[in-house]
Unconditional design. Structure first.
Lengths: 622, 102
């Protein structure tokens, strides 16, 4: 039995950390060996117990790391100095590494090989390593974040969109959504070895986490519209239509002047290592990108709120960074007072033609003052009239009020992101900063008209809480989603073609009207017409784009790699939600599709998605 | 086309644990944490970084200045020790009972 040599690989496999190159070997071993399967089962059970108990742990005893953290706390908060506890930590790990390397060399030749691989780390990851180490060093609770005994996360219920008959519902109307929070949140759950709750999975946010290679807009409109239709991977009888929008790119040099107000939750619930300390680290990344044309103010809120940094030019980085360093948590949360102050600051320094934006960082637990979501949303909607946009960033876990945050961003002309680690902060505040800060179109609505001659029924996948009435489409007073520079937005319709059976809810025939079967006006071969309405960032009147599309009968294999990848992500979402519409979607099939659609993947986000599928398998998602 | 299997259809089996399993699980509450505290401190720390803070091997390696393979090795050793002590403390049937309930 060669189990001994492979056991560490089995551990890595069960944790979803095995390099893809080694996965095939382990999968083969698992197929052949009941013993190996039993070991993996045991590892998963142990890990699940461990995660549960660590999450429920209320008063942990002091570990060495924590003792060091306590020592650090008593020292002045200087970042430039090398700190003694950190040195002793390095010595400790130096010793531990020597022992480990010796052990690894003796017993696990395979591990020594991968060590030399990891030594060839690129400069970029070296830099990231230093930043995380610095973050950890400055963060007393990082090694031991106390989590409360009760998980008080709140998610709004999502009911999957049903199939609708085209004869009764020829129009489908919804608002775009560029939020990505749900994907980062799902990743956080899976990395903890837990299955995310179904209501935490918003499929459109999973799909829109990724950028797709749609063409840049040509001509007058700020974004391009791209429709592709192929057969549906989880139901061979159906067709899958993708509507993809691509916002115009704005290079950093052409970014308009920014008037930013950081609104930071410093209440007691933000003290965890992955909340305020991560907020500070994330804001530092953002500040590094700013120039003298930009202005930054900062408002904090807890039991009281106040402006801690008056408007400061973006090149006075030292002043801004010092204000960020001074942030400390304590007290209860009075969200609405802070919001009032932040909008007032943004309006005071309003830049005509610039990007005026409040950036809210919180775990969303507003527990003093205006706490009913309804009141808070009314307040935000009123503030949005001022022309100031809102970005909401959720941090931390255990207390995250996901539903409130999403609605705030939605009503406040803004977007909602969830920051679970520094890499995510880098994506939002460095790589996609223009998209985060610069809105190129607002109140973007999509209305699709289906041709009854070409389709029997359809289902919009995701966007459940973005649906609009058909009357809302032409109503310019109805709020909808914003699209940022370079953002891509993707939506899928699953379509039942004529002659195929659709599972539709039965409706009684009308008593007072004879249902007039709708007669196609002309025998069009078009499948659908996608109509989009949007307003320019400072405009009040909407403009219209119309795109009519015919189905060229393309098989799935002929679809573009972006189509394949995005549909794999949608399928993954349906599996996690255990949707009744998932059809034949399995994690194995999804993995295959995602591999086929991986494309260039320069930054590695798609590779990370493949990793997520493996983690989902390891937590027992079926 | 794609390798599809039918397992998606009837995965809706009853996942509610039986009262007996619940009682058993209740007994084991805190056991893993107790066992964890007997491990070497460096193993405890990577375990916490991984399962309490949700960091990947890569992130743990950046934070602790251990190589990724060292992190993997420490985690493996720690989980193996926990597994074996769980079996010793809670009986060999422990994993079979837990598997049904999780």
């Amino acid at each position: 039995m060669k189990l001994n040599t492979d056991e560490s690989k089995l551990t890595a496999f069960a944790l979803g950390e095995l390099p893809p190159a080694d996965c095939a070997e382990v999968e083969k071993l698992l197929a052949d060996s009941p013993e190996a399967r039993a070991v993996v089962e045991e590892i998963r059970t142990t890990v699940a117990l461990l995660s549960n108990e660590l999450a429920a742990e209320s008063s942990p005893s002091l570990t060495m790391a924590q003792q060091m953290a306590v020592k650090r706390r008593s020292q002045p908060n200087e970042i430039t100095e090398k700190e003694n506890p950190f040195l002793s930590r390095l010595l400790f790990y130096g010793f531990a590494s020597v022992v480990c390397v010796v052990l690894a060399g003796m017993f696990l030749p395979a591990l020594s090989r991968s060590k030399s691989r990891s030594q060839r780390a690129s400069m970029a990851s070296q830099l990231r390593m230093m930043q995380i180490a610095q973050f950890a060093r400055e963060t007393p609770g990082y090694f031991h974040s106390p989590t409360s005994a009760f998980n008080t996360e709140a998610y709004n219920h999502i009911q999957d969109n049903p199939f609708l008959a085209v004869t009764q519902n020829p129009l489908s109307t919804f608002s775009i959504d560029v939020d990505t929070a749900s994907y980062a949140n799902v990743r956080r759950f899976l990395s903890l070895g837990q299955r995310p709750p179904p209501d935490a999975v918003r499929i459109e946010e999973l799909v829109n986490y990724f950028s797709y290679d749609y063409p840049q807009p040509q001509g007058e409109h700020p974004f391009s519209v791209n429709v592709e239709i192929a057969s549906c991977p989880w139901n061979a009888q159906h067709r899958l239509a993708r509507i993809g929008l691509k916002g115009r790119e704005v290079p950093p040099a052409q970014r308009p002047e920014c008037n930013l107000v950081f609104l930071i939750d410093v209440s007691g619930s933000m003290s965890d290592a992955n909340k305020l300390p991560l907020v500070k680290q994330a804001l530092r990344l953002l500040v590094e990108q700013l120039s003298e044309r930009d202005k930054v103010s900062m408002v904090v809120y807890a039991s009281a709120s106040g402006e801690v940094l008056p408007a400061t030019p973006g090149n006075e980085k030292r002043t801004i960074l010092q204000a960020i360093d001074r942030l400390e948590s304590g007290g209860s949360t009075h969200g609405s007072g802070g919001i009032q102050l932040a909008y007032a600051a943004a309006v005071r320094h309003y830049i005509q033609g610039g990007a005026n934006r409040v950036i809210l960082c919180t775990d969303g637990d507003f527990n003093v003052g205006v706490t009913s979501p309804g009141d808070l949303i009314r307040l935000i909607r009123e503030k949005a009239q001022s022309g100031v946009f809102l970005s909401v960033f959720g941090f931390g876990m255990g207390n995250l009020k996901d539903g409130t945050l999403e609605q705030l961003a939605d009503r406040g002309n803004g977007s909602y992101g969830y920051v679970d680690n520094l890499d995510e902060a880098r994506k939002l505040f460095v790589e996609q900063l223009s998209g985060t800060l610069v809105t190129i179109a607002k109140d973007v609505k999509i209305q699709v008209e289906f041709n009854p001659a070409q389709t029997v029924a359809y289902r919009l996948i995701g966007y459940e809480n973005r649906l609009l009435l058909k009357e809302d489409f032409n109503d310019d007073t109805k709020d909808a989603g914003e699209i940022g520079a370079g953002h891509t937005v993707t939506a899928f319709y699953e379509i039942v073609p004529p002659g195929k059976e659709a599972k539709l809810p039965d409706v009684d025939p009308l008593k007072y009207q004879t249902a007039t079967a709708s007669v196609p006006t002309h025998a069009s071969s078009e499948l659908l017409t996608a109509k989009l309405r949007y307003k320019l960032p400072e405009g009040d009147t909407s403009r219209l784009i119309e795109v009519a599309v015919s189905d060229d009968g393309r098989a799935y294999a002929e679809a573009s790699s972006d189509f394949k990848f995005a549909s794999a992500v949608a399928g993954f979402g349906m599996i996690l939600r255990d949707s009744q519409h998932r059809g034949k979607a399995t994690l194995d099939a999804i993995q295959q599709l995602a591999k086929e659609g991986k494309g260039h993947d320069t930054i590695g986000y798609r590779a990370e998605f493949l990793q997520l599928i493996r983690q989902a398998k390891s937590v027992g998602v079926k | 086309m794609i390798a599809l299997d039918e397992s998606g259809f009837d995965a809706q089996t009853d996942r509610e644990p039986s009262p007996a399993t619940l009682a058993e699980r209740h007994d084991s509450t805190g056991l893993v944490l107790r066992l964890l505290k007997n491990l070497p401190l460096n193993q405890q720390e990577v375990i916490r970084l991984k399962f309490q803070n949700g960091l990947s091997y890569e992130e743990i390696s950046r934070v602790t200045h251990l190589t990724k393979s060292n992190v993997g090795f420490l985690l493996h050793t720690a989980i193996k020790a926990l597994r074996q002590r769980l079996k010793a403390e809670a009986g060999a049937t422990f994993f079979n009972a837990e598997r049904r309930s999780l």
